[in-house]
Structure formats: structure tokens, C-alpha cells
Design a protein around this ligand. Structure first.
Ligand code: ADP
Ligand code: MG
Length: 270
């Protein structure tokens, strides 16, 4: 399959737009008037303390939660889009995903192609098939014939990410895709997400590693208490002190000679 051309972040129209997104459950405001625009080619890191509302925001976009406000993808109101069309527009990797069935890994990843008919059939897979390519990108090709519910937590996480990526949806929502991954696979997963976005799609990834967010994301969106507390380049957010305030920690960044974040030391606030 031919790769889409590399797209500069933010060129063109917004792929995803959230306006005044709010969720209220049992009298509690879980999300309060969140606004977010994501352009094609963009990798957005969504960060914030536990309970800030990150998963809730992704679940609203994925159609798994009721909300007030408006959500549109590729200019279409998400509420008006059929479930089949929505699957082509939005891919979703839930937090802590499980695999309950004894299916082969290759078949689990191929489930991501279901909205696209014949490509969903694992027998059709050749070496340039999207499923095969994505399994390679996610470093799970060697697991292809393994039974998915016998995998380690980190292996399972990479297989589920491969399934979400196999949709080739315009917007990929990934809720803590680095959880339970070893350092090498954290890096390769961020590179795979970067590549996914660079082909004219966009990615919103919930991350807890602030350094990874700053190194890889085009923009970092910070949530706190159900609100968007700030949006910008990681460097700007570090410099204005927002990240230290929101996470209530001390952050000491070290930049290389090209101005890129080399490391980020973390300490308690005095
Ligand atoms: P995050 O992903 O940022 O850690 P969540 O979006 O999962 O946070 O949750 C935000 C807040 O909303 C938490 O306090 C959580 O307990 C609450 N919450 C989320 N879903 C529900 C629900 N269905 N019922 C009640 N409270 C919820
Ligand atoms: Mg969460």
C-alpha cells in the first residue's frame, strides 16, 4: 500500500474540534467547557494529574460518553455521523485495554480493518498489507501467531495499539499508550504515533511522562480539574511554570545544543 505524503503539523483545516465540551455526572462537573482544535499532521499530548478528566474527554470524542457542547471531526458533527463512518474517522485505544478471547495476535490487529470489508480478513495479508505494516511499526510482528490473551501486559498494550492504528482513522485517540511499556518500546511507540500523525492524520495521546510529551508532541494540552489549563509547546509550558503548578512538582529541564529537551529532572516542591 502506498504511504500518504508527509504532512506538516497543523497545515489545512482542523480534523477535530471540541467546543465547550462539558460532562456532569451526579451533580459533579467532570468536564467544564473544554475547547480543543487538532489540525491534520498534529500529535497532541494530553497530560494532567490523575482525575483531571483526560479519559473522559477522549471517551466523549470516541462516542462512549454523553456530553454537552459540540464535537466535530473533518467538519462533521460527530453526533450526526453513523457508527460505521465514525469508525473510519476516529480510532480509540482505551486505557488499560484487555483481550478476553484466545485469538491469534494477527487476527486481533486485523479487527481494526473491519470497517473496510475484505482487508479485515487475515488470509488476505501480504507484506504490504496495512495490518502487516502496522504490526511491524508497533513491534508486534514477531508475535503474529501467538494467542493474544497469553501475552505480557506490555505486549498486549502494543497489540491493542496496533489494532487501533490498523483502522487508519483520521484521528487516533490513545489513552496512556505507554503504560506498562519498557523504555525502548516507549520510544518506538512515540515514533509510531509521530509517524501516524505525519501522514495527514492526527493523534491525541494521553501521557504521564512529561518528558516524552515535550519531546514528541507538536502541542501539549494540560488538563486540571476538568478544564483545559493550558495549551502550547512543551518548552513554553515549562518556562511559564504551568506544568510545575498543575503537577505540584519541581521540574528541571536540560536542553541539548539544538534546544531540544535532553532530559527532565523531577523533584518535590519545597
Ligand atoms: P483522568 O483520565 O484524567 O485520570 P478521568 O477522566 O478518568 O480522569 O476522570 C475524571 C474524574 O471524573 C475522576 O474524578 C473520576 O472519578 C470521575 N468520573 C469519570 N467517570 C465517571 C463516572 N462514570 N461516574 C462518576 N465519576 C466519574
Ligand atoms: Mg485516565
Amino acid at each position: 500500500m502506498k504511504e500518504a505524503a508527509i504532512v506538516q503539523p497543523g497545515s489545512g483545516h482542523d480534523l477535530l474540534s471540541c467546543r465547550d465540551l462539558s460532562v456532569r455526572i451526579d451533580g459533579q462537573d467532570i468536564l467544564q467547557r473544554c475547547c480543543l482544535s487538532v489540525g491534520n499532521g498534529e500529535l497532541i499530548a494530553l497530560i494532567g494529574p490523575n482525575g483531571a478528566g483526560k479519559t473522559t474527554l477522549l471517551r466523549c470524542v470516541a462516542g462512549a460518553m454523553d456530553y454537552s457542547g459540540s464535537l466535530s471531526c473533518s467538519g462533521k458533527d460527530i453526533r450526526a455521523v453513523s457508527p460505521g463512518d465514525r469508525a473510519a474517522l476516529i480510532g480509540y485505544l482505551p486505557q488499560n485495554g484487555q483481550i478476553h478471547w484466545p485469538m491469534r495476535v494477527r487476527d486481533v490487529v486485523a479487527l481494526g480493518r473491519l470497517p473496510f470489508g475484505k482487508h479485515a480478513q487475515p488470509r488476505n495479508l501480504g507484506k504490504d498489507d496495512p495490518v502487516t505494516r502496522i504490526m511491524r511499526d508497533c513491534g508486534v510482528d514477531h508475535l503474529s501467531r501467538r494467542i493474544a490473551n497469553t501475552l505480557s501486559g506490555g505486549e498486549r498494550a502494543r497489540v491493542l495499539l496496533a489494532r487501533a492504528m490498523a483502522t487508519q482513522a483520521s484521528v487516533l485517540l490513545a489513552d496512556e499508550p505507554l503504560a506498562s511499556l519498557d523504555p525502548r518500546h516507549q520510544l518506538s511507540t512515540m515514533e509510531a504515533l509521530r509517524h501516524y500523525a505525519s501522514t495527514g492524520r492526527s493523534v491525541v495521546a494521553v501521557l504521564h511522562d512529561i518528558g516524552m510529551a515535550i519531546r514528541f508532541a507538536d502541542r501539549v494540552v494540560v488538563m486540571q480539574n476538568g478544564r483545559i489549563a493550558g495549551t502550547g509547546s512543551g518548552k513554553d509550558l515549562l518556562q511559564c511554570g504551568l506544568l510545575e503548578d498543575v503537577f505540584r512538582v519541581r521540574l528541571e529541564p536540560f536542553f541539548d545544543e539544538n534546544g531540544r529537551l535532553a532530559s527532565l529532572a523531577l523533584g518535590n516542591r519545597s
